[in-house]
Every structure is written in structure tokens, then in C-alpha cells.
Design a protein around this ligand. Structure first.
Ligand code: ANZ
Length: 753
């Protein structure tokens, strides 16, 4: 080929990698390992988008970089396949979600292969594969056995469009994270995982993680630990009220109490005169999201009609209901101290309640010390068909029983119609035969809720260690060798997935199944790629860039990969720039031409400094995730080589440094040079300012300037030889030399001819 033809080169190398299983990882005791993964994708019908490409390429650059450095690299791949899009499509078209998922995975795999990723394809996993979800159900049963999977009746976010409950993490600004419809509160019996059991450890260990600070802060705020006290207030004709306060020392100024609209004894606090208004207020409040309720708007509330006794002052204080008090936090009831708390002051001013600047007292005088968390237990019930069935059945009295482990997996039954059953249950309720199950001789009815998809992704990183194991969720030896994950890359799920996975890790470590307590050593949180105008890419705006189009337009995968690393700092959002794509393509062309049309006739000393500098810069940049400046350094290097010429060492160095970004082209170059891809090392000796200019005089007249290594300044013999070999000097010394005088300090060589 006399010109760069990326599509040809890429097809050739992809075939070779596939046939030789080039990226298959095996445990090699004694060889240091490196395990990297991206947050696995949901294989949507639309295929890969440029955001996936950025995310996957970061992982690929690191994987190839470490591989070239001689580490034993594991870079697996998988698909997070349960979820609403496939189910909604099934409801609309009648196509089984199993089928849609299969098609979408095939498409994703094909696309990922066209991007030349160094993936160990023998480790592909898919969360909706019964071989996989069998073990998700096993995980559930372990949590159930320890009391960490339990049922509770409570108010839940309910999306009337998707007909399912949502976790707090899935309600964004009072709207469903999937369809954007306003959510409602509904009282239901649901399954939960008791993540709060690990709240302290989850919080305390955040600081030790090599994760971006912003994610660590988000996790801390989400867990939201508060230390304070619970204090009992006596109520005459209703149950006493326990409040949670972080300021028990302010109790002398507590002039009223406020309970949340959902407060369990609210009705008991009302009387004939207040009941109607209180219940109407409650109904209105239930429609608001927590975020709305905490907004700094004018305070609302209603007097319940009851009084409590302040245990410190013995004074009667009125009890109000107001939506700024949240049901799931603390006890759902507060003592209001308007002199010290701004929210209480606003409320007191509006309702004309006393504001008393009382003195502060000893914190421990009343009540019992108590620590509260903002984080709630993780709601995992979903009224969905396309999810992992919860392995539970109910006896005649409605008591839950675990499905015995040897009966796993509980397979998803086939149904004709995927619509929810209409009575609040999923379409699974329509599979009449499937519903019946016999446990210990007793006939029972299966649970029709499925697990939140986040449960499926809470353990997949360990499955990667032994993805085809039929005897266990993960193999102990394999997990010991590969885990924990060294690098995890994603641009979403800062508090949900990344908290759940830490929770399960601690739980399974406590059971003795994992020899570590944190699943992810280093986290890279990548930014998004936006449309050229800076706006979010979306189908409806018609501004989506299809990565396959970029490849097929003739640019190839290497340009796409290199461009997405060059687009800007990896952790910041960046706008797509078609001109810059062309620039990267021209850069790769220049690399190609250097290798395939150049005569490589420059002595390696000539480019030694820029070569060593480039090796150092690219190596250090990749280590620090400065992928964009690493690519920029390679571009500068190529510019320099075009100016001064290239040695064979330059081309091989360029190919090796380029390989993580543009692996196909780099492989083609290395093949031509008959070189391995071993990562090059730099020599500090040859870095910046390591050359000097020596002035050569013949009979006192300046005849030439010589660039030499600084270290050669000591070597008079070598400098003289280099000078005499110079064409310009030769002319004046043809008649013979009498003597030479070298003054290294002045960098002058005098030749007397
Ligand atoms: C009296 C008091 C006086 C309070 C004072 C604060 C300042 P954090 O730090 O967020 O934990 N509170 C308790 N439960 C609540 C609920 N369910 N909904 C809304 N507010 C609630 O805040 C704890 C403080 O928030 C508690 O301490 C309580 O008000 C209020 F000068 O009690 B404090």
C-alpha cells in the first residue's frame, strides 16, 4: 500500500486478533496482573454512541499500555441487559425481550470489534443470561439468610407511566429517571436490601479510595451521617413523639414540634376541628417530591390540635404538621428551635409562634445519643417482567420462603403479553403455571417482583474473574488473582451503582467469599461528548454522531479512537469537532508516510533528544490519564521528524507510543519494521538541554557550528573527529593540520591548518 488505507489495515488486524485470541487472559502466578473495566453498557437498539467510544477507549488505552509494559492484563466485556427499554419495546411490538436483547448484543459486539478493543472475548457476560442470573439470585439468598434482604410496607415512589416503583436514586427532581413523568407516592409492601447496615464503613472508607474527589464527596453527602440525640416528648391523648435532633443543647428554646405529613400517628394528633384540614394537607404533600419539599419556598403547615410537653421546660408546646419535615429521616418528627434554626424561624414567623433565645445546656441532659443517616435502605422490588426474578415464594398465609439453592435459577417464564398485570404486579403474574411451586411438599406462589437492575451489576466485576464457572458465582482462586479491579471507568452512577457495589463487597467479604473490602481501586469518571454546538446529543434533536459513520466515512477506528482521546481532558465534557477529526486523520497519515515512504536515513543521535522527551512525556501522561496531551506530544514529535528527518528508532518508537491509541496502524508499522510493541524507555541523559553548540574555527575564522551531546564536551578526540568530518571544515583543512586547541568552557575548537 502506498497510502494510508485505514479500513483495509483495520480489517486485517482485527482478523488476526480474533484468530489468535490475542487478548485472552489467563492467571499467571508470579506475573503482576492488571484488571481494567468500563461500567458495562446497556445494549440499546441504537448501538454504540460516541460516549461509549470515549469510555471504552480510555480503558483500552490503559489496557494496551500496561500490556506493552509486560503486565498480565485482563480487559473483559459484558452487557447490562435487563431493563425497561427492552420491556417497553416488547409491550409495543410483542417481540420477546430475550430476542431483542440477543440482537442488540450481537450488534454491540460487532461494533466493539470494529473499534479494535483489546477485549478478552471469552469472558463476555450478560446479566439476563440464566447462567448469570442464577448467581444473582444466589447473592440475593445470601443477603436474605443474613436478614439483609427484607420486606417492608412503606410509601414508595411510583411511576404511573412505567407502572413500577422507583428507588430514591431513580427519582430526579420529582420525575421518573426513565420516562420523565412525575412520580407519585404509593403505600406498598416491597423488598429492600439493608445497605444502612454498612453505612459507617461505606462512609469511613471513602477517604482511602483513589477516586475523584467529586465522587467521594457525593458519596459522603449521600450517606449523610449526623450525630445527635433522640428525645421523647409526652403527648396527652396520643402516643409520645420522639424527635431526632443534632442540637439537644438547644432544647430550652424548643417552642413547638413538627411532624412529617407521613408521620405514623398523625391522625391520632388531630381532633374534630383539625382533622379535615390536616388530612387534606397530608394528601397535598404526598404529591410533592422530597426535593420540592426542601426547596427554600415559603413554609406551609397546619396545627394538628395537640400539644406535647417540653421535657426540659415542662411547658406545653403545639404540634404542627409540615412538609419540610421528611418522613424517612431521623424519626420523622422534630423539635423546632426557631432561635437557632433558620427553617424553624421562618415557620415560627409565619405562624406567629414564640422565638425564645434560651441558653444552651449540656448536650447529654435529655434523650439518648443517636446517629442518623440520610441514606435509606435500598429498594429492590420492581413490578417488571424483564428483570431477575426474586427467588422467593409465599405460603398460604403469605409468609415468604426462599427458593432452595439447588432449584436456581428461577427462570423467567414466557408470556404472550408483557404488559403489567394491572393489579400492581408485573406480567409474571400472568404465567399461571410458573406461579405455582412446591417447597418442602408445600404448594406456594412465586414472588412476581423482579430485582432492580442495579442488583445484577453489583457483583459482575467478580464474575469476570471466572465467567463460565458453574459451581459458584465466582471462583476463589481466580478472584484472588485478578481482584480487586485496578481501574474502573465510567461517567455515571456516582452514588447508586458505585455505592451498591461497595456494599455487596463488604457483605461478601464478611461471609468469607471475598478477600478484600473495596471492589474498585481506581476510578476514572469520564466526561460526556456533546454535539458540535455544545448541546447534549439526542435523537430528538437530530444531532447524534454515529461512531460507525465516522469509521465508514473512511476515517477508520484509529482516527475515531485517537480523536476521542485528543478531544480534551478525559474527565471534562467536550464538544464534537468535525474539523479536528480531520486533523487527527491527517496526523495518522503522516505517521503512515513516515514509516512507509521515508528512507529513514538520519543518524539516531540527531533525534535522540526529541525521541527521549516524547517517550517520557507520553508515558507520564498516560499514567496521569492526560490522554489528550499524550496525543499532542506525539503530534509534535511527528512534526519534528518531518522537519529534521527520522531514524529507524524514531519510527519504531512512534509506533510503540501510538499503539494504545491507534492499535491497527501501529501494528502495521511495527510489522514493517519487524519490531515488538514493548513499551520504550527513555534515558534521562538525553533529555532537555543535553546538546550544545560548539564553534569551529580554522585559523581564527568561524567555519562551522556543530551540535553535539553535552556529555561529549569532555571528549576532545570525538569533538575533533566530528569537526574534521564536517564538509565546511574539510574545505579549509585539506592541506593538513598543524594542531588543535579545544576550549570546552567557551565551546570553541580552534584548528590551525
Ligand atoms: C433542633 C435543632 C436546633 C436542629 C438547631 C438544628 C439546629 P442534619 O444535620 O441534616 O442531620 N431534622 C431532624 N429530622 C428531620 C426531618 N425528618 N426532616 C427535616 N428536618 C429534620 O439535620 C438534623 C436537624 O434537622 C435536626 O436537629 C432537626 O432540627 C432537623 F439549632 O433539632 B434540629
Amino acid at each position: 500500500m502506498d497510502r494510508y488505507e485505514p479500513l483495509k489495515i483495520e480489517a486485517k488486524w482485527q482478523k488476526i486478533w480474533e484468530e489468535t485470541e490475542a487478548f485472552k487472559a489467563t492467571e499467571e502466578k508470579g506475573k503482576p496482573k492488571m484488571f481494567l473495566a468500563e461500567m458495562f453498557p446497556y445494549p440499546s437498539g441504537a448501538g454504540l454512541h460516541v460516549g461509549h467510544v470515549r469510555n471504552f477507549t480510555i480503558v483500552d488505552v490503559l489496557a494496551r499500555f500496561f500490556n506493552q509494559q509486560g503486565l498480565n492484563v485482563l480487559r473483559p466485556f459484558g452487557y447490562d441487559t435487563f431493563g425497561l427499554p427492552a420491556e417497553n419495546y416488547a409491550i409495543k411490538t410483542g417481540t420477546a425481550p430475550q430476542e431483542v436483547t440477543k440482537t442488540n448484543i450481537a450488534n454491540f459486539r460487532k461494533q466493539a470489534k470494529r473499534l479494535g478493543y483489546a477485549i478478552d472475548w471469552s469472558r463476555e457476560i450478560n446479566t439476563s443470561d440464566p447462567e448469570y442470573y442464577k448467581w444473582t439470585q444466589w447473592c440475593f439468598l445470601q443477603l436474605y439468610k443474613k436478614g439483609l434482604a427484607y420486606q417492608k410496607e412503606s410509601y414508595q415512589w411510583w411511576c404511573p407511566v412505567d407502572q413500577t416503583v422507583l428507588a430514591n436514586e431513580q427519582v430526579e427532581g420529582g420525575k421518573c429517571w426513565r420516562c420523565g413523568h412525575e412520580v407519585e407516592k404509593k403505600k406498598m409492601k416491597q423488598w429492600f436490601f439493608k445497605i444502612t447496615e454498612y453505612a459507617d464503613e461505606l462512609l469511613d472508607e471513602v477517604d482511602n479510595l483513589e477516586w475523584p474527589e467529586k465522587i467521594k464527596t457525593m458519596q459522603k453527602n449521600w450517606i449523610g451521617r449526623s450525630t445527635g440525640a433522640e428525645i421523647d416528648f409526652k403527648v396527652a391523648a396520643a402516643p409520645d413523639i420522639t424527635v431526632f435532633t443534632t442540637r439537644p443543647d438547644t432544647i430550652l428554646g424548643a417552642t413547638f414540634l413538627v411532624v412529617a405529613p407521613e408521620y405514623k400517628d398523625l391522625e391520632a394528633l388531630t381532633n374534630d376541628y383539625t382533622k379535615e384540614e390536616v388530612l387534606a394537607y397530608k394528601a397535598a404533600a404526598l404529591k410533592k417530591s422530597e426535593i420540592e419539599r426542601q426547596e427554600n419556598k415559603e413554609k406551609t403547615g397546619v396545627f394538628t390540635g395537640s400539644y406535647a410537653e417540653n421535657p426540659a421546660t415542662k411547658e406545653p408546646v403545639p404540634i404542627y404538621v409540615a412538609d419540610y419535615v421528611l418522613a424517612g429521616y431521623g424519626t420523622g418528627a422534630i423539635m423546632a428551635v426557631p432561635a437557632y434554626d433558620d427553617r424553624d424561624r421562618e415557620f415560627a414567623e409565619k405562624f406567629n409562634l414564640p422565638i425564645i433565645e434560651a441558653e444552651l445546656i449540656d448536650r447529654d441532659a435529655y434523650g439518648t445519643p443517636k446517629t442518623t443517616y440520610r441514606m435509606r435502605d435500598w429498594l429492590i422490588s420492581r413490578q417488571r417482567y424483564w428483570g431477575c426474578p426474586i427467588p422467593i415464594a409465599y405460603d398460604k398465609d403469605g409468609n415468604p420462603h426462599p427458593i432452595p439453592e439447588d432449584q436456581l435459577p428461577v427462570l423467567i417464564p414466557e408470556v404472550d403479553d408483557y404488559k403489567p398485570s394491572g393489579d400492581g404486579r408485573s406480567a409474571l403474574a400472568k404465567a399461571k403455571d410458573w406461579l405455582k411451586v412446591t417447597i418442602d411438599g408445600e404448594e406456594m406462589t412465586r414472588e412476581t417482583d423482579t430485582l432492580d437492575g442495579y442488583a445484577c451489576s453489583s457483583w459482575y466485576l467478580w464474575r469476570y474473574a471466572s465467567p463460565r464457572d458453574e459451581k459458584a458465582a465466582w471462583n476463589e482462586d481466580a478472584v484472588n488473582y485478578w481482584e480487586p479491579l485496578d481501574y474502573y471507568c465510567g461517567g455515571d452512577h456516582a452514588v447508586a451503582h458505585l455505592l451498591y457495589i461497595r456494599f455487596w463487597c463488604k457483605f461478601f467479604a464478611d461471609l468469607g467469599y471475598l478477600p478484600f473490602r473495596e471492589p474498585v481501586k481506581r476510578l476514572l469518571y469520564n466526561g460526556y461528548i456533546n454535539a458540535p454546538d455544545g448541546k447534549k446529543m439526542s435523537k430528538s434533536k437530530g444531532n447524534v454522531i454515529d461512531p460507525l459513520d465516522v469509521i465508514n466515512d473512511g476515517y477508520g477506528a484509529d482516527t475515531l479512537r485517537t480523536y476521542e482521546m485528543f478531544i480534551g481532558p478525559y474527565d471534562q465534557d467536550a464538544a464534537w469537532d468535525p474539523r479536528s477529526v480531520g486533523g487527527v486523520y491527517r496526523f495518522l497519515n503522516r505517521c503512515y508516510n513516515l514509516c512507509f515512504s521515508n528512507s529513514l536515513n538520519v543518524p539516531e543521535e540527531k533525534t535522540r533528544v526529541v525521541r527521549n522527551k516524547t517517550i517520557k512525556k507520553v508515558t507520564e501522561d498516560i499514567h496521569r490519564y492526560n490522554f489528550n496531551t499524550a496525543v499532542a506530544a506525539l503530534m509534535e514529535y511527528v512534526n519534528e521528524l518531518y522537519k529534521v528527518g527520522a531514524a529507524k528508532e524514531d519510527i519504531s518508537t512512534l509506533a510503540k507510543l501510538l499503539k494504545p491509541f491507534a492499535p491497527h496502524l501501529a501494528s502495521e508499522m511495527l510489522e514493517k519494521l519487524n519490531e515488538t510493541d514493548e513499551w520504550p524507555k527513555w534515558n534521562e541523559k538525553y533529555l532537555a538541554n543535553d546538546t550544545v553548540e560548539v564553534i569551529i574555527q580554522v585559523n581564527g575564522k568561524l567555519r562551522a557550528k556543530l551540535t553535539i551531546d553535552k556529555s561529549d564536551l569532555e571528549n576532545e578526540e570525538k569533538v575533533t573527529a566530528l569537526a574534521l568530518a564536517d564538509e565546511k571544515v574539510k574545505k579549509f583543512t585539506e592541506s593538513g593540520i598543524k594542531k588543535t586547541i579545544f576550549v570546552p568552557k567557551a565551546k570553541i575548537l580552534n584548528i590551525v591548518a
